[in-house]
Write a protein that binds this ligand. Structure first.
Ligand SMILES: Cc1cc2nc3c(=O)[nH]c(=O)nc-3n(C[C@H](O)[C@H](O)[C@H](O)COP(=O)(O)OP(=O)(O)OC[C@H]3O[C@@H](n4cnc5c(N)ncnc54)[C@H](O)[C@@H]3O)c2cc1C
Length: 490
């Protein structure tokens, strides 16, 4: 059976010895995130992921989600309880504002926990991850009333969130969206249309589901300029959050898919569902981008997470599996053969995965810190530099880490020989689960176009020039170390 140990020591090393996380202690939220506190949080989060999430990873994959005749969806055994424990521990709202019940900690800490949760059980972690994305979109674009109604419930995890963009005829090209919204004259709208591939669209883990839906208001311009964002809860709430009637939105079918079986991927039918506008009319795509950017970083983290859990299991197997003798003579002469980790090709493979994982984690945490600075700094220049960095790195983190993360899961599977292909070792699940991260939240070819077509030339290349300057500065500051490394390696 596969296992997982969250890399808490590696995260702490990167935060404090490499990235200077404590340099930002003057910023709101950071003051409460001293090293001792962060260490305790990471250790507690690690425990929950290792003990509650990971043991359900394989059983959740085997059991999957089931749609009942009435459209309800059941999640695999144990998912509901594990999600409840995650929610009750305050993990969903780790970085959310205290005014709505969140912990107000830096997003960087949440990014580290999300890596552990995704590595332990990607399908289960997605229910919380999508809720965090929906929280971010409502914080930035929701009205005060919407924030007051939805955020506390979502942050405490009694309601989850979804994002409804994709339709049968459009995924990348959202300008083709057909789902319609008709104003009712009382501030509400009726939404009609079909969304497909909606993650966590229906499930049995919480009493309500808050759908954020892209739709076109009657008479709106064609293309992306005529799309608005709506909130359409599964059960219509009163102003005090009490649950009323069931809304006209339902799960028409569950997709049968390659991986993440424990996460419900739903066809969602909107049959005149009651909904309310979030943000401005026809500015829905920009508002949804808040959620998508958050989600793209989260998906990059999924790539790292699957790469790391696959690596951990491959490294353990390589120390245990006896085949052949070391080229330089027997290393464990008393045994019938040496463990395969003595073979150069096995070591090369494992080290290349490990090196990538460490660099990817550094890139994610560095970007998360810059994102936090962009959110809370009082210095407009610092905020802008942080936003530039986030914008530049988002397609890189999403595209590169998920592409290489999948390759690494395959390489780690290879370390098991034929056993890697056999389901009970769990390696083929890591490969299947890692694959989707290259596709959703904008397929990776589209991430490349975003980087080259939009992010590099934006503002006269300001973000990439700042990045080069930072790298140059680092190289100059560390010229001596590089020299000594070079001479010692000769
Ligand atoms: C398991 C799963 C979960 C999902 N969860 C959600 C969810 O929660 N919410 C949601 O809204 N959607 C979700 N999706 C949908 C997902 O985001 C889309 O499948 C994805 O964005 C691609 O859209 P598409 O499938 O329509 O492919 P298409 O848009 O048809 O693209 C097909 C291929 O063509 C390429 N391509 C398209 N346009 C261009 C272009 N202009 N230039 C170059 N190449 C291009 C793409 O990169 C891709 O490789 C999910 C999908 C799956 C499978």
């Amino acid at each position: 059976m596969p296992s997982y140990k969250a890399p808490v020591a590696d995260t702490l090393f990167l935060l404090y010895d490499v990235l200077g996380f404590d340099r930002h202690s003057n910023l709101p939220g950071f003051a409460d995130a001293g090293r001792d506190t962060v260490e305790t949080i990471l250790e507690e989060g690690a425990k929950l992921c290792e003990k509650s999430f990971q043991p359900l990873n394989r059983s959740g994959d085997l059991q999957g989600c089931v749609r009942l005749a009435n459209g309800d969806v059941t999640t695999p055994n144990g998912f509901k309880e594990a999600f409840k424990a995650f929610a009750e521990g305050g993990w969903i709202g780790l970085a959310a504002g205290p005014e709505y019940g969140g912990q107000g900690l830096p997003h960087t800490v949440a990014a580290a926990i999300n890596e552990y949760a995704s590595a332990a059980n990607m399908a289960l972690a997605m229910y919380a991850g999508l809720t965090q994305g929906a929280i971010a979109a409502l914080v930035l674009h929701g009205s005060d009333e919407q924030k007051k109604l939805y955020l506390p419930k979502m942050i405490e995890g009694s309601w989850t969130g979804t994002m409804n963009l994709t339709e049968p005829h459009c995924g990348t090209d959202l300008g083709l969206i057909k789902t319609k919204a008709v104003p009712q004259g009382d501030g509400s709208y009726k939404i009609t249309g079909q969304k497909i591939f909606i993650s966590a669209g229906e499930h049995d883990m919480t009493e309500n589901i808050v759908h954020l839906v892209l739709a076109r208001i009657e008479g709106a311009p064609e293309g992306t300029k005529g799309i608005s964002l709506f909130v359409a809860p599964k059960v219509l709430p009163g102003a005090d959050g009490s649950l009323g009637e069931r809304n006209a939105v339902s799960c028409g079918a569950l997709e049968h898919k390659m991986g993440i079986h424990g996460n419900s991927t739903c066809v969602m039918n909107y049959d005149g569902a009651t909904a309310w506008l979030v943000g401005e009319e026809n500015r829905g795509l920009a508002a949804m981008f808040t959620m998508m950017n958050e989600a793209r970083l989260g998906v990059g983290v999924q790539g790292l997470a699957q790469s790391d859990v696959a690596y951990q299991n491959a490294a353990a197997y390589a120390k245990d599996r006896l085949q052949g003798r070391s080229l330089t003579g027997a290393k464990e002469a008393a045994k019938p053969a040496d463990p395969i980790i003595v073979h150069p090709d096995v070591r090369r493979t494992l080290l290349s995965i490990k090196a990538f994982n460490e660099a990817a984690r550094a890139l994610v945490l560095w970007t998360a810190i810059r994102g936090d600075v962009a959110h809370v700094s009082e210095d407009p220049k610092e905020r802008q530099a942080g936003e530039d960095h986030m914008g530049l790195m988002t397609p890189i983190i999403k595209g590169v880490i998920t592409d290489v993360g999948f390759d690494n899961a395959v390489k780690a599977q290879q370390m098991f020989g034929g056993h890697g292909y056999i389901a009970e070792w769990g390696m083929e699940q890591f490969v299947r689960d890692a694959r989707i991260a290259m596709i959703y939240e904008g397929a990776n070819g589209v991430q490349a176009m975003d980087l080259v077509g939009r992010k590099l030339p934006r503002d006269g290349g300001r973000a990439i020039m700042a990045f080069f300057k930072e790298v140059d500065g680092f190289l100059k500051d560390n010229a001596e170390t590089q020299g000594s490394n070079r001479s010692s390696s000769r």
